[in-house]
Write a protein that binds this ligand. Structure first.
Ligand code: AMP
Ligand code: MN
Ligand code: MN
Length: 330
């Protein structure tokens, strides 16, 4: 039974019902919400007999490799058999996060924008559904599937669960609402095997990830009288641990666990076209707003979880970002 407290905009439903060959895209370097929302919408459309394509510029991460997908994932638009009739953009606070390659097509094909990031400018040319009160974009896709007459079951339910659990810290962050938990309840009523999904999500570490987290724990810096926790993931450290970039995912949450830490900051060194950049991840709790810090560097996100990419190496990034972080608690 759909949640009567939520209404899916009519223009979103209409766009999905009138166009065929629907290309589903989410932000590059996708997290569990981006992957879960993409897979869930793909399953929903497939259950309705619609022709669907799944695309992500950087592919889906290995740790979610066990998820069932409704169709093969495209990483390269040149593999597209002709132009899609509609693009549905998911979990992307701005069109740029969908990746360079999709930008031309976004101007040529009608776009439905479904997202929960505050500040999303509404770049969908066919329809926009932006609701920052939603815990996850996957929650919105769950409501959408139900509005289209589907029950949340099977692979669709698994994908919605991955999205919800990923963006709510397994139903523990402040974005967890009664309606989020009601949706989780409907997933269980639909037969979701929660223990089995959790085991696939949790008991899935590589040895190199364990070694990397050990190093990050021993080398973490606690600055600003205990209010700022910082970790730097250099490429050298990844090499020494035999770890991948993906293995550092989630470590920023460990820094937030330290008593007294109000802002957790993870700086990951990246090389792009020969220059060194830093992927910044910020976490906070309650009223402390780190989205404002990320926004100063062209990034975005949510009040308590935000990110950006900075055109400097990690140590320099720390120097320039620290004064902005101090505004969070001042
Ligand atoms: P992360 O630290 O990468 O897990 O991201 C935390 C939140 O910030 C997510 O909601 C992201 O959507 C958002 N975010 C991360 N990186 C960026 C970026 N470069 N630009 C805008 N938003 C971002
Ligand atoms: Mn996301
Ligand atoms: Mn999200």
């Amino acid at each position: 039974m759909p949640d009567s407290s939520v209404s899916v905009p009519a223009e979103v439903l209409k766009a999905l019902q009138t166009h065929d060959r629907i290309l589903i895209a989410a932000h590059a370097n996708p997290d569990g919400d981006a992957v879960g929302a993409s897979a869930a919408l793909g399953w929903a459309l497939r259950m309705l007999g619609r022709e669907t394509l799944l695309y992500n510029e950087t592919g889906f991460p290995d740790y979610l490799g066990w998820m069932r997908l409704p169709c093969p994932l495209l990483r390269d638009l040149s593999a597209l058999p002709g132009k899609p009739g509609l693009i549905v953009a998911l979990d992307s606070g701005d069109a740029g996060r969908l990746g360079e390659e999709l930008q031309t097509l976004l101007k040529e094909v009608p776009v439905v924008n479904i997202d929960h990031h505050q500040g999303n400018p509404g770049y969908g040319s066919a329809a926009n559904w932006v609701d920052p009160a939603m815990s996850a974009t996957g929650e919105m896709v769950g409501h959408l599937a139900e509005a289209l007459g589907l029950s949340l079951e099977g692979a669709l339910a698994e994908a919605v669960y991955v999205a919800l659990a990923s963006d709510t810290g397994s139903f523990s962050y402040g974005n967890t609402r009664a309606s989020t938990l009601r949706m989780a309840a409907r997933l269980l009523e639909g037969g979701l095997d929660i223990a089995s999904v959790r085991a696939r999500l949790d008991n899935n570490w590589s040895e190199s990830k364990l070694r990397l987290w050990g190093r990050l724990m021993s080398e973490a810096r606690i600055l600003d009288n205990g209010k700022l926790g910082v970790s730097i993931v250099s490429r050298a450290l990844l090499r020494e641990c035999g770890a991948s970039r993906e293995d550092a995912e989630g470590f920023v949450e460990q820094l937030r666990k330290i008593r007294g830490v109000r802002v957790a900051l993870l700086l990951r060194e990246e090389e792009r076209e020969g220059s060194i950049m830093t992927k910044v991840s910020l976490r906070s709790s309650g009223a402390d707003d780190v989205r404002k810090v990320a926004a100063q560097f062209g990034g975005g996100g949510h009040k308590n979880a935000a990110g950006a990419t900075v055109d400097l190496p990690p140590e320099k990034t720390l120097t320039v970002i620290q004064p902005y972080i101090r505004h969070v608690w001042n």
